[in-house]
Design a protein around this ligand. Structure first.
Ligand SMILES: Cc1ncc(C[n+]2csc(CCOP(=O)(O)OP(=O)(O)O)c2C)c(N)n1
Length: 280
């Protein structure tokens, strides 16, 4: 399937979303900067090119499902949902405030477009399995997409879900691991090594695709390939830079769960605006 939007259009949207993310976090005074900034191209490829959805009718029967297993990066997801029209962009500035529809972790009952409440890591793939099985029992073609963090994949429950999806040949599941090599407290390979991640998922009988997680064309191609795979689920391993787009946040473990203060916010916005100018 060809890209519905050009690479340039999507790259521009990614920068705009990054501006929204740093603004949201600055206004909230808390939140997860690194993982949110790093996940933007994955979410944009899915929500602009791949997922069947209807922002005006989030419960549309024919929709595909998206589960944000690494729920802490919801600022990126909220920015995407607002930009796609699930709710007004003004709501973004209420992130993490009492009474807001946008809580610090995704809340199924509060936020349009959020299918499942997440944030407790390790659960999203099991939730995806349940939805995928329900679709199969009903002979429905709806697909299920799930985004996991690489630190999250250290959770045993993820591997149980991985076994289950393969055992039941859930080819309507396409998961992505945001492989930024960092977790809350350090480098994944130092905290609890995951490599060889690709071979592990292959051994679990998943179809595995490696991509540059900041390249919307590569990501879209991978998700298209996943739609053609029969008899097994697909895992896209997306190589990313945590904090992508803001130089002093990129690859910095300290920026896992931190928001930019006013000075940092100005610097971040200046960098993103410069990137926008360069893109033209
Ligand atoms: C079950 C559970 N344990 C611990 C946490 C706290 N926590 C939030 S984010 C995080 C690190 C996740 O790392 P990773 O999955 O690599 O996410 P990313 O680096 O992409 O932000 C941890 C330990 C949690 N949310 N849930």
């Amino acid at each position: 399937m060809p890209m519905k939007y050009s690479k340039k259009e999507l790259d521009k949207i990614c920068i705009e979303l990054r501006k929204d993310i740093v603004t949201m976090l600055n206004k909230a005074g808390s939140g997860h900067a690194g993982g949110s900034l790093g996940s933007v191209e994955i979410l944009v490829s899915l929500y602009w090119n791949v997922i069947k959805h209807n922002p005006k009718n989030p419960e549309w029967e024919e929709r595909d499902y998206f589960i944000l297993s690494k729920g802490h990066v919801c600022p990126a997801w909220y920015a995407v949902l607002a930009r796609r029209g699930y709710f007004s962009r003004e709501e973004l500035w209420t992130l993490r405030k009492f009474g807001s529809i946008l809580q610090g972790h995704p809340h199924h009952l509060k936020t349009p477009g959020v299918e499942a409440s997440t944030g407790s890591l390790g659960q999203g793939l099991s939730i995806s399995n349940g939805i995928a099985m329900a679709m199969r029992f009903q002979n429905k073609p709806n697909r299920v997409y799930c985004l996991l963090g690489d630190g999250e994949v250290q959770e045993g429950a993820v591997w149980e879900a991985g076994m289950t999806a393969a055992h039941y040949k859930l080819d309507n599941i396409c998961a992505t691991i945001d492989r930024n090599m960092l977790q809350i407290d350090g480098i994944t390979e130092e905290v609890m090594g995951l490599e060889n991640l690709e071979e592990k998922w292959r051994a679990f009988n998943w179809h595995v695709i490696n991509v540059d997680g900041h390249n919307v064309e590569e990501l879209t191609k991978a998700y298209d390939e996943a739609m053609t795979v029969k008899g097994k689920p697909t895992m896209v391993i997306a190589k990313t830079v945590k904090g992508k787009g803001v130089s002093f946040i990129e690859n910095q473990v300290d920026w896992h769960g931190k928001a930019p203060n006013d000075e940092e916010y100005k610097k971040a916005m200046a960098e993103l605006e410069e990137a926008e100018r360069r893109l033209g």
